[in-house]
Design a protein around this ligand. Structure first.
Ligand SMILES: C[S@@+](CC[C@H](N)C(=O)[O-])C[C@H]1O[C@@H](n2cnc3c(N)ncnc32)[C@H](O)[C@@H]1O
Length: 235
């Protein structure tokens, strides 16, 4: 089941915001941890004028900024934060059950170099200045298999032009998907937005620091093969 909700910029979001009932522990994580880890100044309520934010102030530290779009249960996001303690990684995910799962994993891993925007990535894009991210991950984006829904995919100009704006020249953009037609559209749409394809890999050829996600495990169980695409933002 999907539901349609409106983002601060009054765009439609077609994914799921809620799933099955949260466990008591997950409700506790949401109540106790989310506001601490949530990136402030992104929502319409906190930033009605949609002014550009200063990430150095909102997410203080020293390392480069990385982004994961649609982190699902958060396994890849926490893995990257733990593996690279010198970076600052932001994860976006509107699905509250996924956010709750992530918060449990953050408690278990004890990582501190992670911030969350628990909503649509486009709200974050709206208020970010140019040239922020050194690396961006898009792992198993919603496939939207019907042709009339392809324009809802992340790999469309509305998302990609903003992604290009907020990534630094030379930044890496990784896409993992199990849907051949999503590979086709990614190869068609990402280069015109300002990225060069560096590598296209398949089953058992993931990035050295990859950790398989819940969605990838489901795809493998159902007989679909992963595709791993690596792009580089032009200078
Ligand atoms: C198919 S799931 C994959 C989740 C996870 N990356 C994985 O591999 O298991 C796609 C996720 O993207 C999220 N998503 C969809 N549109 C989004 C958007 N505009 N901003 C942020 N996340 C989004 C969905 O809520 C969903 O959890």
């Amino acid at each position: 089941m999907t539901e349609e909700t409106q983002t601060p910029a009054r765009r439609n979001f077609y994914g799921r915001a809620h799933g099955k009932t949260l466990r008591a522990s997950q409700k506790t994580y949401l109540a106790e941890d989310l506001d601490v880890l949530r990136l402030k100044g992104i929502t319409a309520a906190e930033n009605p004028a949609r002014e550009k934010i200063d990430l150095e102030t909102l997410f203080p530290g020293t390392g480069p900024f990385w982004l994961e779009v649609g982190f699902g249960g958060g396994e890849h996001l926490v893995h990257m934060a733990a593996k690279y303690p010198g970076i600052r990684i932001i994860g976006c995910e509107p699905f509250v059950n996924g956010v709750a799962m992530l918060l449990g994993k953050i408690r278990a891993a004890g990582v501190t170099n992670l911030a969350i925007h628990p909503a649509d990535v486009r709200d974050l894009f709206d208020v970010l200045p140019d040239n922020v991210f050194d690396k961006v991950f898009l792992n198993y984006p919603d496939p939207w298999p019907k042709a009339r829904h392809h324009r809802r995919r992340f790999v469309t100009p509305d998302y990609l032009n903003e992604l290009a704006r907020v990534t630094k020249p030379g930044a890496e953009f990784r896409v993992a998907t199990d849907i051949p037609d999503y590979v086709r559209q990614t190869l068609e749409e990402v280069p015109p937005a300002g990225f060069t394809l560096e590598k296209q890999a398949g089953l058992n050829e993931a990035w050295d620091d990859w950790i398989s996600t819940r969605y990838e495990q489901k795809a493998l169980r159902e007989g679909r093969d992963p595709h791993y695409l690596t792009f580089r933002r032009h200078g």
